[in-house]
Ligand binder design. Structure first.
Ligand code: FEO
Ligand code: CA
Ligand code: CA
Ligand code: CA
Length: 589
């Protein structure tokens, strides 16, 4: 913390090189250690990783692909232990051409075999690992009782308004209650009762077949149009909407996972709506009710908030595990005058009735996007992560980019046409009785930062030549309330000429939005999963899809991060960043 009267910013680390390299790079005075890589052992019975002899049975016991969100859950449950805990890690998607020899990125649908597709299913989902910091080094605890893989085959429960609804019933599950697997788990969030919410994002890309019948319009609204990006529909009936038209309705939810009970069944919480959830971040209000912020990451989609009816009971974990089943889902409307109003998505309210194709709250949550359209929500430039600053209570949203926005579609909250670099919005809930009220129906908002090269963006004027970013995606707050932004430029990385990575800044005071570059991903990777331990001395990050560059393949990758061994493909990895002197992340070396 900065002493009163001192003039400088509190973030004083020397910036990392703002250059694309085969290896990762961290600010001077810091260590960046690999905690776990794709293929490493998760469960005690996992075989050693052999990329040339991979099998679905092995992959279902090993660390999955494309690590995204990282949840750090201190052990024991309820403590704020910062050197022993569980990491609950999402495996968002797979890159067949970087996982298997002989393929290119053009072959992901046509040439992936059934056996390879089964490996892909097993490489999705989540991993739970137990980790411990010993002598400054983070290690995976072997043979942990908590170690667990969750995949596209894992049994899932479903709760809330859509549980057991006809639109969730399939040939394999006539009850609509026995779901199987979770898909495209992007970011997520922790609950105060020690569970993780994992967000099912781009579920549409796994489904082949041309939509028909009663679900056709709903499928088209989420992008299921007979153009899959995976081979799965060819190999498994449930991923073909021509044979199983209701299977897509079983994805696109927030899923609650209890890592403290390795036998717990993950639950899809349908009250929080179905769309391409990017993340889910939970905040407890002064009155005990719980609010959850969650964005729908697609161009011109919306920001949502869920508010529970019930109140958190710190002495009754079992009751807290049911909190997210009962409450109100809202969608955001950003007014040009700086007001933000939350519009409730409740069956029977406004146009959400039978005349408009909604027969119950189940239809409202299954078709949340269409309900939000009818309520007049504001289409945004791809809402990614949304989080609350633990110190100020203000809420931040990453709008990653939207090159499709035309000049006549701009507004105060989406101010740029052809928004190639994205922006960050700051939302300010009102204070009630001394508490920030995340249940209020009206907030104010402002643009916190416009990303892009310094002459195109808007940052603090003292931001260095290394401090500019493109495509803000995920974020984390450190315990002091400083904002750490992770970027995902995708195929624009080479064009922009900068790596993806972590940028840190204060959000209040004279150095607001003074962005500094802290950590660079290896080439082709995006930065995911930033998560601090409660003491602020470890920053976990997820290096997702290293080597996902144009023309890069298993056989000739653009990087072999992190092993750099001949024949070993690049491996998505979780990295623990610590300060060499053991101090809090952010200060100088
Ligand atoms: Fe999976 Fe919106 O990033
Ligand atoms: Ca993301
Ligand atoms: Ca986050
Ligand atoms: Ca992204």
């Amino acid at each position: 913390a900065r002493a009163a009267g001192m003039a400088g910013p509190s973030l004083t680390f020397a910036e990392a090189p703002h250059t694309i390299a085969e290896n990762h790079q961290v600010a001077a005075g810091y260590d960046a250690q690999i905690v776990i890589r794709w293929g490493d052992k998760v469960t005690a019975d996992a075989p050693a990783f052999d990329p040339l002899r991979q099998s679905a049975a092995a992959q279902a016991r090993q660390f999955g692909y494309n690590n995204d969100h990282i949840g750090y859950c201190p052990l024991p449950l309820g403590s704020d232990h910062s050197e022993h805990g569980l990491l609950v890690i999402n495996h968002e998607y797979t890159d067949s051409w970087l996982m298997f020899p002989g393929l290119t990125d053009k072959d992901a649908v046509a040439k992936v075999t059934r056996e390879q597709a089964e490996i892909e299913l097993a490489a999705h989902g989540l991993s739970v690992i137990e980790v411990r910091k010993l002598a400054g080094n983070w290690r995976v605890v072997e043979n942990s009782v908590y170690a667990r893989r969750i995949t596209v085959e894992t049994p899932m429960a479903v709760s809330g308004p859509a549980a057991g609804h006809d639109r969730l019933k399939t040939t394999a599950d006539p009850s609509g209650l026995a779901l199987r697997g979770t898909l495209n788990n992007c970011a997520g969030g922790l609950t105060p009762w020690g569970t993780v919410l994992t967000a099912e994002e781009n579920f549409h890309q796994y489904f082949s077949g041309v939509p028909h019948g009663a679900e056709a319009a709903a499928h088209k609204r989420v992008g299921i149009v007979g153009k899959p990006e995976y081979s799965w529909g060819k190999h498994f009936d449930r991923f073909n909407v021509a044979t199983e038209p209701n299977e897509p309705n079983r994805f696109g939810w927030l899923v609650e996972v209890d890592p403290h009970d390795p036998r717990s069944v993950p639950v899809k919480r349908t009250a929080l709506g179905r769309f391409k959830h990017e993340a889910a971040n939970v905040v407890v209000n002064g009155n005990g009710r719980v609010s959850v912020y969650t964005g729908d990451d697609e161009r011109f989609e919306y920001l949502y908030r869920f508010v529970t009816h019930g109140k958190i009971d710190h002495g009754n974990r079992a009751a807290n595990l049911r909190l997210l089943d009962d409450g109100v889902l809202y969608v955001a409307k950003f007014h040009d005058d700086g007001r933000l109003t939350w519009l409730p998505l409740i069956f029977g309210n406004a146009l959400l009735n039978r005349d408009h194709g909604f027969n119950s709250q189940a239809d409202v949550v299954i078709d949340a996007r269409r309900a939000a359209d009818l309520m007049g929500a504001t289409p945004m430039d791809r809402p990614e992560d949304v989080e609350t600053n633990p110190v100020t209570g203000k809420v931040y949203m990453m709008c990653t980019n939207n090159t499709k926005r035309q000049a006549e579609q701009t507004n105060a909250a989406n101010p740029r046409a052809n928004n190639a670099h994205g922006h960050v919005i700051e939302m300010i809930p009102p204070r009630v009785d001394g508490h920030v009220d995340h249940t209020a129906l009206e907030y104010t908002w402002t643009v916190f930062l416009l990303a892009g090269p310094k002459d195109q963006g808007r940052y603090h004027p003292q931001t260095s030549p290394s401090g500019w970013m493109s495509a803000p995606d995920n974020m984390a707050f450190d315990p002091a309330g400083r904002l750490w932004i992770a970027t995902d430029q995708g195929s624009s990385q080479a064009e922009n000429g900068i790596p993806d990575g972590m940028y840190a800044m204060e959000t209040e005071g004279p150095f607001r939005a003074l962005s500094r570059f802290f950590y660079a991903c290896p080439r082709g990777a995006e930065m995911c999963g930033p998560m601090f331990t409660p003491d602020g001395k470890t920053l976990f990050v997820a290096v997702q899809h290293p080597g996902e560059d144009k023309g890069s393949t298993f056989d000739a990758p653009s990087t072999r991060f992190p092993d750099f061994q001949a024949g070993m493909p690049p491996r998505p990895s979780v990295v623990a960043i610590t300060k060499k002197d053991g101090g809090v992340i952010g200060s100088s070396a």
